[in-house]
Design a protein around this ligand. Structure first.
Ligand code: HEM
Ligand SMILES: *[C@@H]1O[C@H](CO)[C@@H](O)[C@H](O)[C@H]1NC(C)=O
Ligand SMILES: *[C@@H]1O[C@H](CO)[C@@H](O)[C@H](O)[C@H]1NC(C)=O
Ligand SMILES: *[C@@H]1O[C@H](CO)[C@@H](O)[C@H](O)[C@H]1NC(C)=O
Length: 561
């Protein structure tokens, strides 16, 4: 006869079975660990690097450091120019000297390094692996999208649109600065200083210029890519002074805010997809909750973008807002390969079809991903370094001031910006050497290959240690010094500067990013003295895929002469 006990406590809950299960698990784990380390210590091409743990690899050490760029700095010091890390079970080979990246930056169409990443579920879920340019693994589609993007962004129409648009946005920003009274008048201050030598600037005149540059850059790229307002500058004004007047209707503000929030969440999604291993993303309640939120957001963002594209396509097809007036990236992409615009060949076996809405969406989204944090942060770093090196500011002005003479609208000529601002360009490059907006880059080998004297299997992930290379003593004398003149000379070691990457996947936004940064910085240095709020405070940075400038506090003074 069956006892009641046996019914309520089935055999598999008994203490001894629990212990057995525990013992078994421990045994499995110990065996797994032994197997893991046996294969680790017998791996091909054992490079130096921190000891990985089973399953998580070096992720715990990374989590302890928090910031990959800072951690990589200490690792490179310890392990040299070629070393390795395990992100989960994935091995990453770090290359920290310029000559090691030679093959990765090959421009040959037969290059072995056309892929940036291996397939990853989190990236596939947000369609990054078969859309757009940045991580697209469909190489025909990637090449086509890239050509379209370059065609549009290097076109005369687009560049003239930039020249016209950016100064308007700078003016908008200055109007808001004036409203917030954060521009000090140097002349008045001189008078005041006569009576009170130690007059200090009151705190409300200090601004986080990182905030303003991010808003400016976002508004700018949204407008240049869709001819719609991002309202990020206006919203920043309202966050400091809620009752200020702004030139946008509440509907426009709400629509723009919804859009900006979706975009910010998308950037978070992208970061998570790259940095968070799937055993957390899919294996923990928190990970799963976030994933649900992110996918919903992605769906909405896609939807909203598709609406914009549909509306614009209808306008283009009805001849409304002819591309002579609005030469934004979206319109130019839509007319390319139609009778209205230039043509670009697709992959070998396809005819010149225009882009589908879905293809345009992928490219548009990545234009923002590529443009905002990079350009905004880089301009912050320029401002910081120029503050620390006042003689550089004077040289910038020698070049910039003549372009604004007898030019009350502050609209620069495209040719002048491209050809007459060499020193400013050198300043921007040198700032990007010390503070690379994209400090870590990647390539995957498609075939077995030899790099750094070792033979590597297809699929090996290589990390280009941009920060390390750009500050390597083998390539730069006194690398820690800010010397823009370096870039006026011709003898720069190949690949020792990688601000925009190189080879087949070189940044397609390079010319535009330079054009934009030069217009903004030229305008500001022509009109203002920018000073650090606190002489000893460095910009606060955080590695978030880009080297994000999280805070730079400055004071603005109208120039006295
Ligand atoms: C200061 C500003 C910028 C910096 C420092 C920067 C940096 C970079 C770097 C380092 C890469 C990787 C290149 C490589 O792997 O060789 C890249 C790729 C890319 N950037 Fe930029 N970028 C900037 C602005 C922009 C802008 C304004 C856009 C678009 C409008 C853009 C769009 C892209 C795209 C689409 C890629 C992927 C290219 C590919 O994989 O084929 N970037 N960028
Ligand atoms: C400064 O601006 C950046 C960019 O908008 C922002 O992320 C950061 O939170 C701001 N920091 C402070 C202290 O306001
Ligand atoms: C954006 O998409 C979401 C979800 O599809 C929708 O609810 C929302 O109304 C859209 N917003 C705009 C401004 O189109
Ligand atoms: C043309 O585009 C502008 C800006 O996008 C928009 O405000 C305007 O309504 C458009 N004109 C027509 C006729 O659709």
């Amino acid at each position: 006869m069956l006892s009641v006990d046996a019914l309520t406590f089935p055999a598999f809950f008994s203490t001894s079975t629990l212990l057995n299960t525990l013992a078994l698990s421990i045994l499995v784990f110990v065996l797994y660990t032994i197997k893991f380390y046996v294969s680790y210590f017998n791996r091909d091409n054992a490079l130096p690097g921190p000891l990985p743990l089973p399953i998580v690899g070096n992720l715990l050490q990374y989590a302890m450091y928090g910031d990959m760029v800072v951690w990589a700095h200490t690792l490179r010091k310890k392990y040299g120019d070629m070393w390795e890390l395990y992100m989960g079970s994935e091995r990453h080979v770090w290359l920290s000297r310029a000559d090691l990246v030679d093959k990765l930056f090959s421009s040959s169409t037969k290059s072995n390094y056309k892929h940036r990443t291996n397939w990853k579920r989190a990236l596939a879920e947000i369609k990054m692996l078969d859309h757009g340019v940045v991580l697209n693994r469909d190489l025909d589609l990637w090449a086509f999208n890239r050509r379209m993007m370059r065609l549009v962004m290097t076109s005369k129409e687009f560049n003239n649109y930039v020249i016209k648009t950016v100064p308007k946005m700078i003016n908008e920003m200055e109007t808001y600065w004036t409203k917030l009274r954060c521009i000090e008048d140097a002349r008045q201050n001189d008078l005041k200083d006569n009576t009170n030598k130690h007059a200090t600037v009151s705190n409300d005149k200090i601004i986080n210029i990182s905030d303003w540059f991010h808003a400016l850059t976002l508004d700018d790229i949204l407008y240049l890519s869709t001819s719609r307002s991002g309202c990020a500058l206006a919203s920043l004004l309202l966050s400091h002074s809620p009752n200020s007047e702004i030139p946008y209707s509440p509907e426009t503000m709400n629509y723009a805010k919804e859009f900006r929030d979706r975009w910010t969440t998308f950037m978070e999604t992208l970061r998570t997809a790259i940095f968070m291993p799937d055993f957390i993303r899919l294996g923990t309640p928190n990970g799963l909750m976030k994933r649900r939120k992110y996918l919903k957001n992605f769906h909405c963002l896609t939807n909203n973008l598709s609406t914009i594209i549909r509306e614009t396509r209808a306008e283009v097809e009805n001849g409304v807002n002819d591309s002579k007036n609005n030469c934004d990236i979206l319109r130019l992409l839509l007319v390319a390969n139609t009778h209205r615009g230039p043509t670009v060949k697709r992959g070998s076996d396809e005819i010149d079809m225009p882009m589908s809405d879905d293809e345009v969406r992928g490219v548009l989204l990545e234009t923002w991903v590529g443009a905002v944090e990079t350009s905004a942060s880089l301009m912050c770093y320029v401002v910081y370094l120029v503050c620390r090196n006042p003689e550089v500011k004077e040289k910038i002005r020698e070049e910039v001031d003549p372009l604004f003479k007898d030019n009350p609208n502050g609209i620069l000529q495209l040719d002048d910006v491209n050809k007459k601002l060499d020193y400013l360009e050198a300043v921007i490059k040198e700032a990007s050497r010390l503070y690379p907006p994209s400090p870590i880059n990647q390539r995957v080998a498609t075939q077995d290959d030899e790099i750094g004297g070792y033979k590597w299997k297809a699929g090996t992930q290589f990390i280009l240690d941009v920060y390390g290379i750009q500050n390597h003593r083998a390539h730069w004398s006194n690398p820690e010094e800010f010397k823009p003149e370096r870039f006026l000379s011709k003898d720069i070691v190949p690949y020792s500067i990688q601000t925009f990457g190189g080879g087949l996947r070189l940044c397609p936004g390079k010319q535009y990013a330079m054009l934009f940064s030069k217009i903004v910085l030229a305008s500001l240095y022509n009109r203002y003295d920018i000073e650090l709020a606190n002489e000893n405070e460095k910009p606060k940075t955080a590695y978030k895929l880009t080297l994000y400038c999280d805070r730079l506090r400055v004071k603005l003074k109208k120039r006295s002469e």
